[in-house]
Design a protein around this ligand. Structure first.
Ligand code: OVV
Length: 400
C-alpha cells in the first residue's frame, strides 16, 4: 500500500515568550502565519497556529483540543498545576457547562443594566480628573484607575488589600507561559497575592449584592457546591480586572496614535463600543492560549499526536490578511465581529459584557469631554507571557 508522503511540519525558530518578541510581535506573527497552517516551535517543544482559520477551528473543537490539561504550556496530566485548576477556564464539558452557566448568569445582560449607570458615572468622574491634570499616565491614572474604581466594588470586595489584585492577575497570566524568568519570578513572589485572593473569595468577605455574593447564592440554589463557589469567585479576581486594564490601555494607545480615528469618535461618540472592540482586535490584550490534543488530529494536512500542546496566536489571527481587510489599520467603524480577542466557542470570555461596558463608557466619556490626546513622553511596555500592554503611557489632553 502506498500512502501519500506527509511533508514535515515547518519548524520556526522563534521564541514567542521572549522580550524581543513582545517588543515587536508583528513581523514574527507574519512569519508564523506564512510558514504554514501549523508550525513547530522548537524552543518550547510545541505546535502553534497563527492563521485565523486554524485558530478559530481549534477554539471551536473543545473535544479534540481540551482545556482540562491546562491552557498554558504546562500539561496538567504530567505536571502539578501551580494553583488548583480553575473550574471554568481549565475544565471541559460536562463539568465546564455547569460552572459556565453560573458565571454567565452572574455577568448577564440584565446585571449589566443594573451596573451601567454607576460604571458610566465613574468613567465621567475619572475623565474629569485627568482633564484637570492635563498631563497624566494613561496606564496608572486611567487604564488602571478606572477599572479599580468600579470592578472591585461591583464584586463586593473590601477596601483593604486591593493592591494585590493587579499583581495577582499578572501572575496568573505569566503562569500560562513557559518556565522562563517571567513565570518563575512571578510564582516565586506569589505567596502574599495568593493568600489575599484565597481569603477574599470566602462568602463572609463579599458584600451583599455584588458579583461575588451572587456566585455564593448559587450554592443555596443547589447549582454549585460550597467548595466550588470560592474558586469561581477566584476566576473573576483572576480574569476580571487586569484584562480590562489592558483593554482600556489598548484603546487609549490607539486613540493617541491615530488622531483621525479619535476625531471620528469625537464626532460620533456612539461609535465608542465598536472603537473599543476594534482596539481589542488590533492589540489583542490576551495574545495567546494553549490547548492540549485529546487524540491524533489533522491540522492543515499535518498529523499531530495525542497529548500535544497547541499554542493559539490570537493576536496573529486578529491581523491575518486571509480574514481581515487592511488588518494593520485601526478602524473604529470596522466590522469587528468574529475577532478572537475574547476567544470563540464555549470558552469565549464570560466577562465580555463587563469588559465592553467599561470600554464603551470610558471611550464615550473621553469623546464628550476631551478635544485632543497626545503622547507626551516615553512609552514603556509591560512584559507578560500572555498579556500585551503598556507599563507607562504619558499623555497630554485638552478639554473639549
Ligand atoms: C480567562 C481566564 C484567565 C485567567 C484565569 C481564569 C480565566 C480563571 O478562571 O481563573
Amino acid at each position: 500500500m502506498v500512502t501519500a508522503p506527509s511533508t514535515a511540519i515547518p519548524g520556526v525558530d522563534i521564541d514567542p515568550f521572549s522580550i524581543a518578541f513582545f517588543d515587536d510581535p508583528f513581523p514574527h506573527h507574519e512569519r508564523l502565519r506564512e510558514a504554514g497552517p501549523v508550525v513547530r516551535l522548537d524552543t518550547w517543544n510545541l505546535h502553534g497556529v497563527a492563521r485565523y482559520a486554524e485558530v478559530h477551528a481549534v477554539l471551536n473543537d473543545p473535544q479534540t483540543f481540551c482545556s482540562s490539561r491546562g491552557v498554558g504550556l504546562s500539561d496538567f496530566a504530567k505536571e502539578k498545576p501551580w494553583r488548583p485548576p480553575s473550574l471554568i477556564l481549565e475544565a471541559d464539558p460536562p463539568a465546564h457547562t455547569r460552572t459556565r452557566a453560573v458565571l454567565s448568569r452572574v455577568l448577564s445582560p440584565a446585571v449589566m443594566k443594573q451596573v451601567r449607570d454607576g460604571f458610566a458615572a465613574a468613567a465621567e468622574a475619572k475623565v474629569d480628573e485627568i482633564v484637570a491634570m492635563g498631563s497624566f499616565d494613561g496606564v496608572a491614572d486611567l487604564a488602571e484607575a478606572y477599572p479599580l474604581s468600579v470592578f472591585p466594588d461591583a464584586l463586593g470586595l473590601k477596601k483593604e488589600g486591593r493592591e494585590h489584585l493587579i499583581p495577582y492577575a499578572g501572575l496568573v497570566f505569566n503562569a500560562f507561559g513557559p518556565p522562563n524568568e517571567l513565570r518563575q519570578q512571578a510564582i516565586d513572589r506569589s505567596a502574599p497575592h495568593q493568600a489575599y485572593v484565597q481569603e477574599q473569595c470566602q462568602r463572609e468577605n463579599l458584600a451583599p449584592g455584588g458579583f461575588g455574593a451572587c456566585i455564593h447564592a448559587r450554592v443555596d440554589a443547589g447549582e454549585i457546591t460550597a467548595t466550588e463557589a470560592p474558586l469561581l469567585v477566584r476566576s473573576l479576581l483572576s480574569a476580571g480586572l487586569d484584562t480590562t486594564v489592558y483593554g482600556i490601555g489598548a484603546a487609549l494607545y490607539c486613540m493617541a496614535r491615530f488622531p483621525g480615528e479619535w476625531q471620528r469618535l469625537r464626532a460620533d461618540p456612539s461609535l465608542a463600543r465598536n472603537a473599543f472592540e476594534e482596539a481589542v482586535r488590533f492589540e489583542s490584550p490576551v495574545q495567546t492560549f494553549f490547548r492540549t490534543t485529546t487524540r491524533e488530529v489533522e491540522i492543515g494536512g499535518h498529523t499531530i499526536g495525542e497529548g500535544e500542546k497547541i499554542l493559539m496566536f490570537l493576536g496573529a489571527a486578529n491581523r491575518d490578511p486571509r480574514r481581515w481587510h487592511e488588518p494593520d489599520r485601526y478602524d473604529i467603524t470596522r466590522q469587528t465581529s468574529g475577532h478572537v480577542g475574547f476567544g470563540s466557542g464555549i470558552h469565549m470570555c464570560v466577562g465580555q459584557l463587563v469588559a465592553r461596558l467599561e470600554g464603551e463608557v470610558m471611550l464615550a466619556a473621553l469623546a464628550r469631554r476631551v478635544a485632543s490626546i497626545e503622547i507626551s513622553g516615553p512609552v514603556k511596555r509591560r512584559y507578560n507571557n500572555t498579556l500585551r500592554g503598556l507599563d507607562s503611557l504619558p499623555l497630554t489632553v485638552t478639554a473639549a
